[in-house]
Design a protein. Sequence first.
Length: 229
Amino acid sequence: MSKNAANLAALRINNPPATLREIALDRMRRAIISGLFEPGERLVERTLCDQLGVSRSVIREVIRHLEAEGLVEMLAKQGPIVARLDWNDARQIYDIRAALESRAVADCARLADAQVKTRLKKALDDLDRTSRQNSPPGILDATTEFYRIIFEASGHNIAWDIVSRLNSRISRLRVMTLSTASRTVSGPAQIREIFAFIDKNDPEAAAAACRQHVTAAARIAETLLGPTE
């Protein structure tokens, strides 16, 4: 490489700092997912500006982005509110998860080499640690990373794009189900079972364990969100 080429290459920003909008978006997203802002709660621009210390234009951009993610709804004459959760929407999300995740898990089990298994094991260790700490944000991050590795290793890039678009709503449902007494124990245990079958390169058993994990979460969500008699 010539000196000029090396100097030009050094100009490249490989890890650009997050913009103010990105920081505000991440904090608002996490606040909604964690339940700090409750379903149906109005999001008042002036209040959010004071709470986050940003301009109204930044808040408006953030709200538009969160609306696209399904975390915010716009109501006529009321403005933005935190999107409400209902079982019909949740059921569809779990159906999509079961279909896409089980297929990706099966192909990952078929293809996984030692390097992929090591990466999955690290994500599982992070999941176990955050579960012991009862840290929902940490659990969400570790779980997302576990599945990201699976989709990447299986070559299911388009499917991961679909899952990523739903990830904010998936995370809200995960936090909701984690609030039940045993889910911080049973959920990670079921994910570890998925890994055990990937580690054995057993596609059918891995896919079945994945479907069971999603089904168990869906049953909890239905209990919490389903219509009452």
